[in-house]
Write a protein that binds this ligand. Structure first.
Ligand code: HAM
Length: 426
């Protein structure tokens, strides 16, 4: 295979070591925060039966209609690379018998796959960190999830974000609204683009999401879902908004926020930013009270969200914080093959005895001058120098690297005490 044929698949990216610090920083903060709020990690497969996504995300959504990576097994079974995690988690809760009236607070993370047109912030393989709370009717859990995400942005130092909220009501109230919407858009059919014409029969709510400039006027005149909300959904939404206000969490109610997946009911939300261009949603989710029973599990109210890791990482990088690999504490230099071999064994013993100290052993040989250059570049504070003659005498030398201090010899037996003592002074 020539190198020109060796390109990565379109829309699928490598995450290189230079970027990994920011990824790990986000992952570590999220993991610790979720644990502090009582969420447990679970991991579900990357591949599920295609029918799972059709039944949960919905037949008439962009994801199911045109974005799934689907393949057929030899026995004819249709499988799909997961485009999102909620369906798989709902499936896992049912098939593992986790529900039975239980309350589950779960999170997962990993790659998702959508055959979208790649652009900045939109990829065909992308990562999500996904949180789901099953068995809670809310609105208290809705509020806690939102407060937890707001806290995550604060912890990460991300400030250019805004929370958008809406309520989609119950399926019944939405049915009434849907009829009104179809009536309205049918009257204005001539103003609809081809995509919206198609959605008119399958998924008319998605017309509201259209970004087509020529359609904004007709969308602006469409009836609003909020006018058709059932009383309980209204109460749920009012309690959510009032509590967020009391807690000082800013939001805007966006009556046109409808989301691209069909399983939602009542609360939906999206954190957006003006710092990333057109792919501005960094974290989105909502309630899906009907999904689990629809998939054959016992009726279980639920809510969750997922954040797009690439997008949050980009915001993190914009903050200017440094996420580079920490430097080693001690760089170990050895001249000659015998000293190198002895050095490897010695450093393994020191790692056993001093687990808090990070050692980097010089690799790839080189004279002392070259090794000292590498030691300087490594950022280590202390050099441990192993010369053949010294080793034969059972000795080694220590030299502070970032100040003008002399090299001092000590016995190998003294090293476990001397190294931390010197590091403490540097
Ligand atoms: P979603 O809005 O489709 O919701 O995706 C959630 C987040 O994933 C988006 O806000 C965005 O940050 C990121 N994202 C989506 N597609 C892409 C892409 N092609 N490239 C990069 N990032 C992307 C869901 O997936 C729901 N499962 C969320 C949820 C969980 N609802 C309830 N529980």
């Amino acid at each position: 295979m020539s190198q020109s044929n060796l390109a990565a698949v379109r829309g699928m990216n490598d995450v290189l070591p230079a970027a990994i610090g920011a990824w790990q920083h986000l992952e570590r903060n999220a993991r610790e925060l979720f644990a502090a709020y009582g969420f447990e990690e679970l991991r579900v497969p990357l591949v599920e039966q295609t029918t799972l996504f059709k039944r949960s995300i919905g037949e008439f959504t962009d994801i199911v209609e045109k974005e799934m990576f689907t393949f057929t097994e030899a026995d004819g079974e249709s499988l799909t690379l997961r485009p999102e995690a909620t369906a798989g988690i709902a499936r896992a809760a049912i098939t593992n018998g986790l529900l039975r009236g239980a309350r589950l607070k779960l999170w997962t993370s990993g790659p998702m796959f959508r055959h979208e047109r790649p652009q900045h912030g939109r990829y065909r393989q992308f990562y999500q960190i996904d949180v789901e709370a099953l068995g809670f009717a809310g609105p208290d859990i809705d509020i806690e999830l939102i407060a937890m995400t707001a806290r995550l942005w604060r912890l990460l130092g991300i400030s250019r974000v805004q929370l958008k909220l809406n309520s989609l009501g119950t399926p019944e109230s939405r049915r009434v609204y849907r009829e009104k919407l179809v009536e309205y858009f049918t009257q204005h059919a001539a103003a609809l683009d081809a995509d919206s014409q198609r959605r008119l029969s399958g998924n008319p709510l998605r017309i509201l999401d259209s970004k087509h400039p020529a359609m904004q006027a007709v969308i602006g005149g469409a009836p609003l879902l909020s006018a058709y909300l059932d009383a309980e959904s209204r109460e749920h939404f009012d309690a959510l908004c009032a509590t967020l206000t009391a807690m000082g969490i800013d939001y805007v109610v966006d009556p046109r926020l409808v989301r691209g997946l069909d399983y939602y009911s009542r609360t939906v939300f999206e954190w957006v930013t003006d710092a990333l261009g057109s792919q501005n949603a960094i974290c989105s989710g909502g309630r899906y009270d009907g999904l689990i029973s629809q998939l054959g599990g016992e009726a279980t109210p639920a809510i969750g969200f997922a954040m797009g890791v690439e997008r949050v990482v980009e915001l993190l990088q914009q903050t200017g914080q440094a996420f580079s690999r920490p430097s080693p504490d001690v760089y170990v230099l050895a001249s000659g093959e015998r000293a190198m071999r002895a050095g490897l064994a010695l450093v393994e013993r020191l790692r056993d005895e001093l687990p808090a100290v990070v050692f980097e052993m010089n690799q790839g040989g080189g004279n002392f001058k070259a090794q000292f250059r590498r030691a300087d570049r490594s950022g280590a504070r202390l050099a441990l120098i192993l010369g053949e003659n010294e080793l034969e005498r059972g000795a080694a030398a220590l030299k502070p690297l970032r100040l003008d201090a002399a090299q001092a010899e000590c016995t190998l037996a003294e090293l476990p005490a001397r190294i931390p003592a010197i590091l403490d002074t540097l």
